[in-house]
Design a protein around this ligand. Sequence first.
Ligand SMILES: Cc1cc2nc3c(=O)[nH]c(=O)nc-3n(C[C@H](O)[C@H](O)[C@H](O)COP(=O)(O)O)c2cc1C
Length: 160
Amino acid sequence: MKKLLILMLAAMMGTAVEAKTLVAYFSATGTTRFAAKQLAKQHNADLWAIEPAEPYTAADLDWRDKQSRSSREMADPEERPTIRQCTNIMPYDTIYLGFPIWWGICPRIINSWVDNNLEQLKDKTLIPFATSGGSGVEEAVEYLRKTYPQLKWQDGILMR
Ligand SMILES: Cc1cc2nc3c(=O)[nH]c(=O)nc-3n(C[C@H](O)[C@H](O)[C@H](O)COP(=O)(O)O)c2cc1C
């Protein structure tokens, strides 16, 4: 009986340890979602989609149009698009944070997410990852480190 209890406890602790990594991501057109799923599988992590309250349309994503929603958001560093649902990040100590590169850095919705979770994020290890049309992830990581120096940003991962 005692042996059985110890085995059950060990199994429960094992589960708790495995559940400590989260892959949270924003994806407008699915590329980062695909990368996030791969990462989650690789690290046995939970997966969370950061979704805007108002989804981006194709016209919103037109980077050639200076008046498109994404262009306006990226032109204003204070812009914070509303997120549909908040994330429970409490159980996690490592968080992979993924996004598409927009104008060299992360979309403003990533700022919204970090701002919403700022207090709790102070204890976590944060690993940015991104997909892009060719840009690297370094500028985005530098931007995140500058904007949130109180957080533990690791080097970023560029996923194709
Ligand atoms: C508004 C906007 C700006 C972008 N800016 C860049 C950029 O600066 N550099 C780059 O390599 N790709 C850029 N891209 C391309 C995306 O980063 C790339 O297609 C990404 O994989 C899309 O990911 P998603 O499908 O998860 O949204 C941009 C795309 C959009 C919509």
